[in-house]
Ligand binder design. Structure first.
Ligand code: ASP
Ligand code: MG
Length: 407
């Protein structure tokens, strides 16, 4: 008998009908001779509306109370799913994160899993009961309800699959898997059969929001392969696992686009030890994440430094930048917010040459100017004008995944 951990995201449980749909699927999985633990998210939109409700009461709720509030979203879904299974003649029980034995630290709203003691889960499974666990939540060592950060149900599922040594872990969503590009931008994008943890992590940090990054890091660390699938059909999904030699046959696994970026340039930064440190030290203190950084060659003892951040953070860093620039004796600061980051990702890049050349050629064909370039072992990213970002994405995808292969 296999043990299967399934996770159903917000859209998969978004209505009563959908809850009945996944209940039937869970029951079917059990009737094929498996033990099933299903982790469920809050119904789509519920977490956001709970946050809004809190804001209507106060702009400064404590993190503890936010956790008590937000955990209700997932708790609602567990009860409804268990009821649906029971109404279909199955035998299911719902558990909160705490009841499932998920112990976390005390950092409310972004708690880390400390340990899992799945005694209750094991007991129910031994009795042939299907266990429905509330995603995204746990119980702190001091006895409070905690949550694991937005998108945390993915983490609950991966962590449970690791602890229970599940035979399969399936992450159900509303698309067929992970695609070579966002199909809303590139309708010809193809479903990826298998992708490595590292590629998925790079894609997630480049704008392809498929899963919570922390959950993928966890899966990599504890070697938990999983499949991303569609809860609305029976198609095979995308397998996410440790890389294999065969995976290197393809140079580019996926093309990602991240919009809403901004570029900041500080001119005439004195070219001496400590300038960059003071600048980025001050930015770090604002908790803003800096992405691509470029420093030009210096001319007459000064250099320009450019970097990108999220567009929303532009206002936040303004005063800090002004004061550091003055303190280090730099020149003027320019800011542009119509910027996007286009990335190609693939472990095959380590062994295939010419990937950058192909990427740049595609952009040049489209007359698209590259403002910044950044690379890692398995990624090449370019910063371009947001106005042409979708067109650029289509051109680049076409180069690596030609729709009509030339025979
Ligand atoms: N309901 C939570 C959220 O919307 C957790 C999750 O869905 O994974 O972030
Ligand atoms: Mg989610």
């Amino acid at each position: 008998m296999s043990l299967i951990v399934q996770k159903y995201g917000g859209t998969s449980v978004g209505t009563s009908e959908r809850i009945k749909n996944i209940a039937a699927r869970i029951l079917e999985t059990q009737r094929h001779g498996n033990s099933v633990v299903a982790v469920v998210s809050a119904m789509s939109g519920v977490t956001d509306s709970l946050i809004k409700q809190a804001r209507d009461i106060t702009l400064k709720p404590t993190d503890r109370e936010m956790d008590v509030l937000l955990a209700t979203g997932e708790q609602t879904t567990t009860a409804l799913t268990a009821m649906a299974i029971n109404a279909m003649g199955g035998n299911a029980v719902s558990l909160t994160g705490g009841q499932a034995g998920i112990l976390t630290n005390n950092i409310h709203t972004k708690a880390k899993i400390h340990d899992i003691t799945p005694t209750a889960i094991h007991r129910h499974l031994q009795n042939g009961v299907i266990v429905i666990v509330a995603g995204f939540q746990g119980h702190s060592t001091t006895g409070h309800i905690t949550t694991l950060g937005r998108g945390g149900s993915d983490l609950t599922a991966i962590a449970l699959a690791a602890t229970l040594k599940a035979d399969h872990c399936e992450i159900y969503t509303d698309v067929d898997g992970i695609f070579t590009c966002d199909p809303r931008i590139v309708p010809t994008a193809k479903k990826i059969e298998a992708i490595s943890y590292d590629e998925l992590l790079e894609m997630a940090s480049s704008g392809s929001k498929v899963m919570q990054s922390r959950s993928v890091e966890f899966a990599k660390k504890f070697q938990v392969p999983f499949e991303v699938r569609n809860s609305f059909n029976n198609n095979r999904g995308t397998i996410v696992k440790e890389e294999t030699a065969k995976m290197e046959n393809v140079a580019v696994r996926g093309v990602s686009l991240e919009k809403n970026q901004a570029k900041v340039t500080i001119t005439r930064v004195p070219d001496r030890p400590g300038s960059a440190s003071r600048l980025f030290g001050a930015l770090a203190d604002t908790n803003v994440v800096v992405d691509v950084i470029i420093q030009n060659t210096s001319e007459s003892g000064a250099t320009d430094i450019s970097f990108t951040i999220n567009k929303e953070d532009l206002e936040k860093v303004g005063p800090t930048l002004e004061s550091v620039a003055t303190a280090i004796g730099a020149g003027k600061i320019t800011k542009h917010d119509g910027i996007a980051k286009l990335s190609v990702v693939g472990i095959g890049m380590r062994t295939h040459s010419g990937v950058a050349a192909k990427l740049f050629e595609a952009l040049s064909q489209g007359g698209i100017n590259i403002q910044m370039i950044s690379t890692s072992e398995i990624k090449i990213a370019v910063i371009i004008d947001a106005a042409h970002a979708e067109e650029a994405t289509r051109l680049v995808h076409e180069v690596f995944y030609p729709e009509r292969e030339i025979s």
